[in-house]
Design a protein around this ligand. Structure first.
Ligand SMILES: [Zn+2]
Length: 208
């Protein structure tokens, strides 16, 4: 996997640091992918969990958000509900951007840390649904143990984005497999299915 850029965000207010993985250096745009490092949450939420509703202590989540806002002052955050790949959300997202004037061949996409093909073994029926609904997914699917198959989620999303008009060279992978690297990234599979914290992907405009 390509890892384009790793930066450590230093907060002038708290002097705390946390790691952000990024894809590009662009004027006026802030973006990145957080890791689980350098927060205050404990246990399976250790330590930079930014998600409410996963069982973490609310005060710890607030403290982690304070750390994030200290590093990105004067930003307002709109939180989104993540929609699974089968619903073609990548293509829907490009269509919405195009409706607002974006030209798909000029859109860039960064696919952040997630479970890799190495570890994403699912029931064969689920994998077959992917292949039926997304024809290009066949190349991103290979046999696993009996009754199971491995899926390359990023590969599927990459093909969806290209189908929506993005250039192949405009789509980059950032970060490794989260399960293989569960010391740096939250991974529910690595935790045996237990609730864990969540890292965050973010993008937005630099405040004026
Ligand atoms: Zn893995």
């Amino acid at each position: 996997m390509a890892l384009a850029q790793i930066s450590t965000v230093s907060s002038p207010r708290t002097r705390s640091d946390f790691v952000v993985l990024g894809a590009w250096s662009l004027p006026r745009i802030i973006h990145g992918f957080t890791t689980r490092e350098s927060g205050v949450s404990t246990g399976s939420y250790c330590s930079f969990n930014l998600a409410d509703g996963v069982g973490d202590d609310a005060n710890a989540v607030r403290a982690n958000w304070a750390r994030w806002h200290a590093a990105y002052p004067q930003t307002r955050v709109a939180r989104l509900q993540q929609v699974g790949t089968l619903a073609d959300i990548a293509i829907a997202g490009v269509h919405v951007m195009a409706a607002h004037g974006a030209r798909p061949h000029r859109i860039r996409a960064a696919l952040g840390p997630c479970i890799g093909r190495c570890c994403f073994e699912v029931d064969a029926e689920l994998a077959d649904r992917f292949v039926m609904q997304i024809p290009t997914a066949a190349a991103c699917c290979n046999p696993g143990r009996p009754g199971k198959k491995h899926l390359d989620l990023r590969g599927i999303i990459r093909s969806q984005l290209q189908q929506a008009g993005l250039e192949k060279t405009s789509i980059v992978d950032v970060g490794p497999c989260t399960r293989c690297n569960s010391d740096r990234f939250f991974s529910r599979r690595a935790a045996g299915g237990a609730l864990t914290g969540l890292q965050m992907s973010f993008i937005g405009f630099e405040p004026e």
